[in-house]
Design a protein around this ligand. Structure first.
Ligand SMILES: Nc1ncnc2c1ncn2[C@@H]1O[C@H](COP(=O)(O)OP(=O)(O)OP(=O)(O)O)[C@@H](O)[C@H]1O
Ligand SMILES: [Mg+2]
Length: 399
């Protein structure tokens, strides 16, 4: 990877952008420091705060990709990675399938153990003692299984990752946290990294039995700063041999509004448009061709699923909000990375007036929409949409 555009390189045949969920991008924007903290924590030893991480963020902000990258860092250090899935069988899957498979994959072949035993002469005794112990704990628990795995690893540790944490079963999560904590108490090398949707995670953490996770190192994945967006687009395109022109890069950066999924979609479509033109560079016209399609992609993959089955009252709240923002919108340029929290926000009082209700009458809808991660407070008495282009989509539906 290089930071200087390869103006003369022939464009590769393959689009370097990765516009699909869960797929790691060619260049990862804005996560370098966190990944370095995690990598250091593996070498630092038990007790490092970055060995328990809880990342939260909206759909498409890069949670799964972050987990992928964290897993890669761990594997590079020789750690064993176990993926837990947030279903009602989470623990039994780990105990019965995932951990045994990991143990088998790292265990030395049995012949070597036996030949070592015959040299010392106490091998048979040890083997018997071992099988007796196995018998005694014939029903393995997550703790015993993790200990077995930890015993089998030398010089490294165990990383457990859990995506879509908001969907986890509380009892299963409690058992996972208890087991990880137990190994940590014994100074074993173990790390737990979870990711989920902001409000779902907060709600989960309010329950009893999640104290351990409440103490985790919290990472709120937000929009990526504009410079990082620009750098990501520029490096990804240039390294494939088809760089952006300056104008095109500025326009594409602006379109992404700091949202990681859009970086990949805008990049992929602009790259493709330039390819169809057999152009060695991505020009502003190519970004223009891509722009409406990128927003449509965002709509079908993010907006529409987020709004499906939304009760009418909440939908009306959003419609009023979108209308008010459009009226006031011309005031300031649009960007989710702005430092002004009131940009593209609406006053709750104005929303109430628009709907012809008392402001107090809105509070239930407001809080439900916040719970769904669709809107967020934006300064005193104001709210705004969490996802870019959501207001445009809502207005289009109304038109
Ligand atoms: N830091 C980043 N830099 C550049 N692109 C990114 C980054 N993080 C994620 N992406 C891209 O954004 C898209 C969405 O990423 P990902 O699937 O990780 O999101 P998510 O937060 O897990 O979404 P969901 O909540 O729907 O599962 C992918 O196309 C991915 O390549
Ligand atoms: Mg995901």
């Amino acid at each position: 990877m290089s930071e200087s555009p390869h103006q003369t390189a022939a464009p590769s045949q393959r689009n370097p952008f990765r516009p699909s969920f869960g797929t790691s991008p060619y260049y990862l924007a804005g996560r370098a420091e966190l990944l370095q903290d995690f990598e250091l924590s593996l070498a630092e030893g038990p007790g490092s705060p970055h060995r328990t991480i809880l990342a939260s963020g909206l759909r498409g902000v890069g949670k799964t990709v972050l987990l992928n990258e964290i897993e890669d860092k761990a594997r590079t250090q020789g750690w064993i990675v176990l993926r837990a899935y947030p279903n009602s069988d989470m623990i039994s899957e780990l105990v019965e399938t995932t951990i045994p498979t990991a143990i088998i994959s790292i265990e030395q072949p049995p012949e070597r153990k036996l030949s070592g035993a015959s040299i010392t002469g106490v091998g048979s005794f040890r083997t018997e003692a071992h099988s007796r112990a196995e018998e005694l704990r014939s029903v393995p628990t997550l703790i015993t299984r993790l200990r077995e795995l930890s015993d089998a690893i030398t010089g490294a540790g165990i990383l457990i990752t859990l995506d879509e944490l908001q969907s986890a079963d509380l009892d299963q999560l409690h058992r996972l946290a208890t087991a990880v904590q137990d190994l940590m108490r014994d100074e074993r090398d173990i790390a737990l990294v979870c990711a989920g949707l902001p409000h779902g995670v907060d709600t989960l953490l309010q329950h009893e039995g999640t104290t351990f996770l409440r103490r985790a190192f919290r990472v709120d994945l937000h929009a990526v700063p504009t410079e990082e967006v620009s750098k990501t687009l520029a490096i990804t395109a240039a390294d494939s041999g088809r760089p952006f022109t300056d104008d095109a890069l500025a326009r594409a950066t602006d379109m992404c509004r700091g949202y990681p999924y859009l970086i990949q979609v805008v990049g992929a479509l602009s790259w493709a448009a330039a390819g169809i033109d057999s152009s060695g560079t991505i020009e502003a016209a190519h970004v223009e061709t891509a722009s409406q399609r990128a927003i449509d992609r965002m709509t079908s993959h993010v907006h529409r699923p987020a709004l499906s089955r939304l009760p009418e009252g909440e939908m009306n709240f959003l419609r009023a909000m979108a209308a008010i923002i459009a009226d006031e919108g011309a005031r300031e340029p649009e960007s989710v990375t702005t430092t002004n929290p009131e940009t593209r926000s609406a006053k709750t009082g104005d929303i109430a007036a628009h709907l012809g209700v008392e402001p107090r009458g809105l509070s239930t809808w407001r809080s439900r929409l916040i719970t769904r991660d669709l809107i967020e407070p934006a300064g005193f008495g104001r709210v705004r949409f969490t996802l870019p282009y959501m207001d445009d989509y809502i207005r289009q539906q109304d038109a």
